[in-house]
Design a protein around this ligand. Structure first.
Ligand code: GDP
Ligand code: MG
Length: 264
């Protein structure tokens, strides 16, 4: 009998980076930055767009959902609104995802990273069957990492910060994949406060005390519950616009890929 260890089936490369985050957090802009960074660093990247509704992409995609599914046609044909149209397009694409995986497998030797952009509205990817199917298809074949993009200037209020982190937390536990939190837009607001809030409950508590905008009791108890979650992620500050933080980001991705290889 020749029983192989399951982990030996996984290839070391490429590392899949699935970029998720709230609408407007800067996923597409960050994708563009990641693509330029990999090209400038002689890293071999493959780029995938899973947003069927995007009008123009600032980067060239090797695999684009829009080549396979016509979002506007899907809306008409199934009599759907914009979100239903995106979701149904993603469902249609997910049924053919084994072909996408084969394409990447064939090129695996020549690739370091596969960068994946997801639809603007986060829940369409993170809370749909097709999002789960696509994530699972990646993760059962290659080391896969979730990059959760946060709009840092819009998370400066402790309550907003908390809801954003809860969302990230739910993604970590749903996908069970290593998570890198990318605090984006550091050209507008530095992410230092966020790191401090995650490291020290007392500092977060003090910030809550001075925020009268919202009842804070729930946030306070939630933040205690999140301490364990914070220990399980890597957080970096980036700016998709200025390009700051790219080395730190890829370092965190590499460490996450290592974690993946050890865990799965
Ligand atoms: P998506 O919906 O998550 O894909 O977000 P987009 O990439 O479309 O970006 C939303 C808005 O945020 C756009 O106006 C971007 O120009 C802006 N943006 C994205 N990243 C940054 C950044 O690092 N710094 C600043 N100042 N603006 C950014
Ligand atoms: Mg986008």
């Amino acid at each position: 009998l020749n029983i192989e260890e399951p982990s030996s089936e996984f290839k070391r490369k490429p590392v899949i980076i699935i970029v998720v985050g709230m609408a407007g957090s800067g996923k597409t802009t960050l994708m563009h930055r990641l693509v330029s960074h990999t090209q400038a660093s002689n890293l071999r990247g493959y780029v995938m767009n899973l947003d069927p509704a995007v009008m123009t992409l600032p980067f060239g995609a090797n695999i684009d959902i829009r080549d396979t599914v016509r979002y506007k046609e899907v809306m008409k044909q199934f009599n759907l609104g914009p979100n239903g149209g995106i979701l149904t397009s993603l469902n249609l694409f997910a049924t053919k995802f084994d072909e996408v995986i084969s394409v990447i497998e064939k090129r695996a030797d020549q690739l370091d990273y596969v960068l994946v952009d997801t639809p603007g509205q986060i829940e369409i990817f993170t809370w749909s069957a097709s999002g789960a199917i696509i994530t699972e298809a990646f993760a059962s074949t290659f080391p896969t990492v979730i990059a959760y993009v946060v709009d840092t200037p819009r998370s400066e209020s402790p309550n907003t910060f908390m809801s954003n982190m809860l969302y990230a937390c739910s993604i970590l536990y749903k996908t069970r994949l290593p998570l890198v939190v990318a605090f984006n837009k550091t050209d507008v607001a530095q992410h230092q406060f966020a790191l401090e809030w995650m490291e020290d409950f007392e500092i977060f508590n003090a910030a809550l005390d001075s925020d009268q905008s919202y009842p804070s009791t729930l946030t306070r108890s939630l933040s205690l519950a999140l301490e364990e979650f914070y220990k399980n992620l890597r957080a970096v500050g980036v700016s998709a616009v200025s390009g700051a933080g790219m080395d730190a980001f890829f370092k965190a991705v590499e460490a996450s890929a290592e974690e993946y290889m050890e865990t799965y």
